[in-house]
Ligand binder design. Structure first.
Ligand code: DGT
Ligand code: MG
Length: 571
């Protein structure tokens, strides 16, 4: 909420103009009952026909003025609230971008989508017509009440008897609706998550013929959402008729008692009409009170939810005086590194040095900590113990962006954007020339299949690379990493979907990069055997290390893997 108020402060002049238009509008409105009163008292009863035209013209003028002011007011509030929510949404998106892996491990996509879209929309409603109406209603209410008292204190007291009851009903309504809205908003996030996950994983769902299971799951959340909405409608249903009844009763009471005052000649008919005119200006805000407080409660709740995301701080922070690596040589050093995640020892006492241009290969069973090693190198997580150094600089002291700019990573889980192949390889780097893109694709053995496509590098690939084979996706992600041209490149199980021949060709291309330090994570001996050092991980610890020959001579795990993979082949 504070954040939204801060943005609003920056645009105070829009609100000032908005309030001015509201004030002028209301002032014009206040003349309407006076004019109608005069038409009745002076023209109809008093027979002053000469002023009739003037009064009618004044009424027409007021109507026109109201229309123009109404338009200006709507526009002002629309513009300022859209501006503010646009900035809020952008800041929220940027903030989410800055958060660390740990945050995304805890949150799911659907929930964050709800914050960016639905909650921001609710805030928009609140600071747009919500706020506009609150200001308008309050002024209307106060001014009309004063004028009513000035005209007839007796009638006013009568009219206000019903007011505390309406206020009580509206406050109870707001509280109950507020509680339900909280649940509706949570359920909305769950519904979003369920739909998003199902659509993203639709192929898996179909492969396992689990459509029915997914439909049931969605139905459950959908029904929950429906029930909560019904609960909200029921609460409305419970209070609304009373509010309606009381606000309708008010004019009736005024006409009956006002009529009596007219008969008793305490009041003229014109004054009664004038009074009734102002009374309607009071009734309107009263009717809106419940609905408005509900709308504002929702906006407040959504703003609070957005604030919660803003309160999240990245676990991985940039160093206060960060070092910038200028053309690093690419020496990588792990010094007794350990990583604990939620009480699990994922890595323990990892120690190695890769000299610039050399290759380290990492092998190990699934879950042994290979990817975690890389997550530490690019600071997705920070080490629990030990140090990681690049060119003798501790990575915690290196500027975070600079660190990541200097490491090229082919992730195990290939991610491609629904964009052109060219965009996916250059990844938005406008400075990248076409030659770099094509050369990288050639090295990644992707150029041929890309050239065979109708639009070649301009072919748009579907979300996550739909329309491409697993191996094609891997090759594009390798091309993306090669195009980045860094002094350190990491391949996390990135040739697993390729045949041995293609894998070998890519390897040869990578080996040509003599100045690049390479980290290759793989399960196949063929992918690691040329490395300068091979380490074998087991439950987060290095259990064997050496090059191909020394490890073979050791006749340990590496040797056994070799025999399993090459059984029956003479190599
Ligand atoms: P792979 O890719 O299947 O061959 O396996 P690795 O060797 O790449 O395994 P890795 O590093 O992804 O995971 C090592 C262990 O760490 C595994 O037991 C799962 C655990 N782990 C990974 N990420 C997280 C996390 O975010 N939180 C917790 N608590 N544990 C994690
Ligand atoms: Mg892995």
């Amino acid at each position: 909420m504070k954040r939204v108020l801060g943005y609003m402060k920056n645009y105070w002049y829009y609100y000032l103009f908005g309030i001015i238009t509201i004030l002028i509008g209301i002032t014009l409105d206040l003349f309407t009952p006076i004019i109608t009163g005069r038409i009745i008292d002076d023209v109809i009863e008093g027979g002053q026909k000469d002023i009739f035209r003037g009064l009618i013209m004044a009424l027409a003028g007021i109507t026109l003025g109201r229309a123009i002011l109404g338009y200006a007011k709507e526009m002002l509030f629309d513009i300022v609230s859209s501006k503010i929510v646009c900035i809020l949404r952008q800041d929220l998106f940027d903030h989410i971008q800055s958060l660390s892996f740990g945050f995304f491990d805890r949150k799911n996509t659907g929930e964050l989508m709800s914050r960016i879209k639905d909650d921001a929309d609710k805030v928009w409603q609140g600071i747009n017509f919500g706020l506009m109406l609150v200001i308008e209603m309050t002024i209307y209410f106060i001014v009309s009440v004063i004028l009513m008292f000035l005209i007839s204190a007796k009638l006013s007291i009568l009219a206000f008897v019903t007011m505390p009851i309406i206020a009580y009903l509206a406050i109870s309504l707001e509280k109950q609706i507020g509680d339900t809205y909280e649940k509706i908003s949570e359920q909305n996030a769950t519904l979003n998550t369920t739909a998003q996950e199902n659509i993203a994983g639709i192929r898996l769902v179909k492969a396992f013929a689990r459509e029915k299971h997914e439909t049931t799951k969605f139905l459950k959340h959908n029904k929950g959402y429906y029930k909560l909405n019904m609960e909200q409608a029921r609460i409305w249903g419970k209070f609304f008729p009373f509010i309606e009844m009381l606000t309708n009763l008010l004019p009736l009471l005024v006409i009956v008692f006002g009529g009596a005052l007219v008969i008793g000649e305490e009041l003229t008919v014109g004054t009664l009409v004038k009074f009734t005119g102002y009374m309607y200006m009071v009734v309107w805000p009263m009717r809106m009170f419940g609905w408005l407080s509900n709308l504002m409660a929702e906006a407040r709740a959504s703003a609070k939810k957005i604030d919660k995301v803003f309160e999240e701080k990245p676990d991985i922070e940039n160093c206060k005086c960060p070092t910038i690596l200028d053309n690093p040589k690419g020496k990588v050093e792990f010094k007794n590194v350990s990583l604990d995640l939620e009480g699990t020892k994922v890595l323990q006492d990892i120690d190695f040095i890769i000299e610039p241009g050399k290759t380290l290969a990492v092998m190990g069973a699934t879950g042994s900590g290979k990817t975690s090693l890389i997550n530490l190198l690019v600071r997705y997580y920070d080490v629990s113990e030990g140090k990681i150094l690049i060119d003798n600089n501790e990575i915690q002291n290196i500027d975070l962006t600079n660190l990541r700019e200097n490491i090229s990573l082919v992730m195990q889980d290939v991610f491609l954007f629904s964009d052109t192949i060219k965009e996916n390889i250059s990844f938005g780097s406008e400075l990248m020339i076409n030659d770099t893109i094509v050369n990288s694709a050639q090295s990644a053995q992707a150029h041929d299949f890309i050239s065979n496509m109708e639009k070649e590098y301009d072919t748009i690939i579907g979300e996550r690379g739909i329309g491409l084979s697993g191996g094609q996706k891997q090759r594009i992600s390798i091309a993306r990493a090669l195009a980045k041209e860094c002094s350190i490149i990491v391949f996390d199980d990135s040739t697993s979907a390729l045949d041995m021949k293609t894998e070998h060709k890519i390897q040869q291309e990578i080996e040509k990069r003599k100045d690049t330090t390479k980290v290759i994570i793989a399960h196949r001996i063929s992918a690691v055997k040329n490395a300068d050092e091979i380490i074998i991980l087991e439950e987060g610890k290095i259990v064997e290390r050496g090059n191909h020959n020394t490890l073979m001579a050791l006749k340990g795990r590496y040797y056994n893997t070799f025999n399993e993979q090459y059984e029956g082949f003479a190599v």
